[in-house]
Design a protein around this ligand. Sequence first.
Ligand code: GDP
Ligand code: ZN
Length: 363
Amino acid sequence: MDFESVCIRLGWTAERKVQLELLTRDGGGLALVAARVAVEHRGAFGLLGCDVETARPAGRLRSAGGAWPAVGDWVAVTASPGGGEGIIHHVLPRTSLLERKRPGANQAQVVAANVDIVFAVTTAERPPNLRRVERTLAVIAAGGARPAIVLNKVDLARDATGDLRALASVSGGAPCLATSAATGTGIDDLRALLATGATGAMLGPSGAGKSSLVNALLGDARLETGVVRLTDAKGRHTTTRRELLELPGGGCLIDTPGMRELGLWDAGDGIERAFGDVAEVAAACRYRDCQHRGEPGCAVVAALDSGALDAARFASFDKLRREAAFHERQHDPRSAAASKGRWKAIHKQQRARSRVDPKLRDD
Ligand code: GDP
Ligand code: ZN
């Protein structure tokens, strides 16, 4: 397959080409080819973009402690001489990583790699739940992907214009599209965001129409993209569904079961990024780690007082951040200790200040 077509179909880039060349040069004569992981099944990986259809990671990959392949990854593989399963030697550097940090589990689970754009899907049947959309945008930002807001089911809309305006107010500049998987409205706009070879994924509540949108984008290709045959470790053949789907007009979609389960605890510092407007105000707070709860010199409280910052928007930011911090404390004792220590330090500083300068007592 030629370079251009793999770019448009699967998102291969000049940068990744250079990475593969470097690996080949240092690889001791291995004939490495690039492929994209479309599914994992019992330790075997289904691949797209090269002649090797399935491959298994080289033992060295686990012992080296580097990245383990995930759906969406670009990997460097060698074909097996007999034409059977190939070997994955390297995972190329990732441009984004969506992870699940399951409650109670120590290690994050990779949901998808190299997703360029994530669609936060909502339904036009009811007024949009802006707080929920904000959460979703935070999860997307935490993974390093670009967000786009999709108002689906506009054929059933009560007030599509009003909904879009409300969604735009929490979008942080992300594009907002109106679609209907039922009538086809807006599907071309959605497709256009991926047609350059970008990889997309859908997030949003159950019933919003994510599967229907995936099917609308795939069109007739739906039937071809489905099943892939893999060989398990004992040489038995099994079939499974691909989770990375090529779109007929270029680009692809990742639709993994884990994608549906990304939770707030996966948001991490994505909350700060999704709330860029709040973060900008907060940058002027006296303390770098100000919690905006009455610390001296808090720019956020000042902006709320003057009306420069919307109270509902801040409340939403604050709630998300506290929930995320609570979750983190529950699962990371070090973070709990750090949080305690930080408050001690602030109170100590405050006491010291008020001793030095009585004027500072009530700022
Ligand atoms: P998911 O849970 O987000 O994957 O949602 P589905 O794609 O399964 O859709 C849920 C229901 O909404 C199904 O009955 C779909 O047929 C229906 N649906 C999805 N998109 C649209 C749309 O744009 N318009 C209408 N009228 N129904 C839709
Ligand atoms: Zn503050």
